[in-house]
Design a protein around this ligand. Structure first.
Ligand SMILES: Cc1cc2nc3c(=O)[nH]c(=O)nc-3n(C[C@H](O)[C@H](O)[C@H](O)COP(=O)(O)OP(=O)(O)OC[C@H]3O[C@@H](n4cnc5c(N)ncnc54)[C@H](O)[C@@H]3O)c2cc1C
Length: 300
């Protein structure tokens, strides 16, 4: 990191492509010297912290039309990668289709940052706070490969993102969300929680998300659990999911869920908190939210 700090600051060239093809060709020609930029809010913090070097060229995606629309189509919601977080936060259809995603957006930064920051930048970074929420909502992404736009499950895309196998020229163009279908008469639960070092306007230490259905008798189905936070890998927690699927929420089960989260959640220590603290926090948050969901059911 010190080595990066000592490097002279570049004044990068700024390219403003008008189409996906043009952006993709620029990236191919520039290679590692060119970086896609949307709101630049994350990149800026990385340059300032010295964790990433300022590139020689920026490829500003904001001039490409049609990438910031939010549309409903046959019950599905499509969100352009360039849609800013303020719009996502206000969008009523997002609140209905994927409340956990909207809650994640609500907890990111402050208005001035959210007016610039995009949902695509949050996802493309591979660590954004939206990702655990998107994992439990079974989100699909739209990506451009230089010729075609195609759709793929976000979970698969994220695995490639973290294994470093995504083509560097690939452009994220949007995401798709659909309200998941569950057993009739069951209530959809969808929850996102974030813990940072203070109440608001803080980077996350731990984020958790829950998606699923709960029957009137308190039985869960189609359960998805995810956790992330900071610069850690957002991940599904399959052991906790397996324990909860088809089960009634009772105190003994929640103890086992806590233990499953603690043992499976892969995270890292940082200058402020230990791995153990983050694992405990994830377990406690998830168990508390499951308990609240059960209590909410009892009141119905
Ligand atoms: C004060 C402050 C507080 C913040 N708090 C939070 C927080 O609490 N939680 C959080 O998650 N983030 C936080 N951030 C980081 C950032 O604001 C968000 O993650 C934001 O959503 C990133 O979007 P962006 O458009 O600014 O991305 P950019 O900075 O433009 O890009 C981020 C990365 O994605 C790539 N990229 C961008 N768009 C595309 C695309 N369409 N296709 C392919 N690659 C692309 C870029 O090359 C870069 O690597 C904070 C930032 C600041 C300055």
């Amino acid at each position: 990191m010190e080595a990066l700090r000592d490097e002279p600051l570049w004044t990068p060239a700024v390219h403003r492509p008008r189409s996906l093809n043009e952006a993709w060709e620029l990236k191919r020609a520039l290679g590692a010297d060119g970086v896609y930029v949307s709101g630049s809010t994350l990149l800026r913090t990385q340059w300032e912290a010295g964790t990433v070097a300022m590139p020689k060229a920026l490829i500003d995606l904001r001039g490409i039309s049609g990438l910031s629309d939010i549309d409903e189509d046959g019950g599905r919601l499509s969100i352009g990668a360039l849609a800013d977080l303020s719009r996502c936060r206000r969008n009523a259809a997002l609140g209905q289709t994927a409340p956990a995603v909207q809650e994640a957006v609500r907890c990111i930064a402050a208005p001035a940052v959210r007016n610039l920051a995009t949902i695509g930048g949050n996802i493309a970074a591979g660590v954004g706070d939206c990702l655990p929420a998107l994992l439990v909502c079974d989100a699909e992404l739209a990506v451009f490969d230089g010729k075609f736009q195609s759709r793929r499950r976000m979970e698969d895309w994220l695995a490639d993102r973290w294994s470093g196998t995504l083509p560097p020229e690939e452009i994220l163009t949007g995401l798709w969300l659909a309200p998941p279908a569950g057993p009739s008469g069951n209530r959809r639960i969808e929850i996102f929680r974030k813990v940072g070092r203070r109440e608001a306007f803080t980077p996350s230490l731990v984020t958790v998300a829950i998606g699923g259905f709960i029957g009137s008798e308190g039985r869960l189905s189609s359960v998805k659990i995810a956790a992330g936070g900071g610069s850690g890998r957002p991940q599904r927690l399959s052991r906790a999911e397996a324990l909860l699927e088809g089960a009634d929420i009772v105190p003994e089960l929640l103890t086992s869920v806590y233990e499953a989260v603690f043992s499976q959640f892969e995270t890292y220590s940082d200058p402020f908190v230990t791995v153990e603290y983050k694992k405990k926090t994830a377990g406690n948050l998830l168990v508390a939210e499951l308990w609240k969901a059960l209590e909410g059911n009892a009141g119905k």
